[in-house]
Design a binder for this molecule. Sequence first.
Ligand code: FES
Length: 385
Amino acid sequence: MKKAVFEDFDGYDHIIKEIEYSRKFGVDYTREQSMPERFINRLHPPRLSLRLADMMEETPSAKTFRLVPDEGDLPPFLAGQYISLSVEVGGILTSRPYSISSPPNQAGFWDITVRRVPSGLVSNYLLDHVKKGEIFQSSGPCGNFYHNPLFHDKEMVLIAGGAGVTPFVSMIREITECGLDRHVHLFFGSRTLEDAPFHHELISLSARFNNIQYIPVIEDPPPDYKGAAGVITGKLIKEKLGDPSGKTFYLCGPQGLYDSCIPELKGLNVPERKIRREVYGAPVAVSACPGWPQEIGVDQAFSINVKGRGSIPARAGEPVITSLEKAGLTLKALCRSGECSMCRVRVVSGRVFQPGGVPVRKSDTQFGYVHACVSYPLEDLEIEI
Ligand code: FES
């Protein structure tokens, strides 16, 4: 019989002897086979059952939801990461990513903060309808928006807009509670003071810790307000920071924040590699994105033929993933921002619009794959899911 190639590997005889002895003396190694998988699943569970233990009002338009494991323990996470919460609203099973605002050193629960969004299907459902004790299915913690001491500076400049402050609250809580050797400057843009979640906690932390500088920037401040007013500008950043070199910049908030702050940072000669931005959902107004074909209205109706599942209605201004969910076809999804690739579908025929900056792999483009969470039909489509 021909010799198997692995018989030449170093240690082959030793392993064979070990197996012979194990069989002879009753050690059952097959029981150990799933150990690494069980260990990895404990650290990075693909799905989790979470129970809503409490709800705290942060502002008139935002609440913090405290989630505890329905069974077992919560896996570890890094400050800045998010979970993808599955929610059924009006018979539609969908999901949304929410950054964890509690710090990683606190292992008993995760806090997420939900803000009301005009016509926001999930946020408004969570704020108005869910009750304590409700069980949610969730992903494990995910995302790359965290501080990595190997690559990122100890001096962190955090720039937030609205609910985009939540990952930064987790980072700041961890730094202050664990005494980490990092220095934070947080610029927090909010329309009003009353609408700025965590404002009082951030004021208090910046008063107690020399390494935390908090700069709220209020668009519509009260008449006697003495802090920074308007929007976050390069001039304000320079005034508060001095020299921007030797610092890593983290941005989290709506698209308008990126559109205005990234050019301002570049104007201060902050290199691209020092600017990190969190994904923040699909664009609110896709037809305002550069490259949108102006002859197509967002309400234009199309159909999507899903191979093997039949035809479903779609709308130009609605991401393909949403049309699928409305038809009862739920895709795997985490970020809903075009970053994680979980929602890839193959476009067999028809054109879709994908906003600039969506990181699609070259091979995906070559074989017609798109991210359904940030792809919009521009004509009738045929897709494979
Ligand atoms: S859900 Fe992450 S790319 Fe679509």
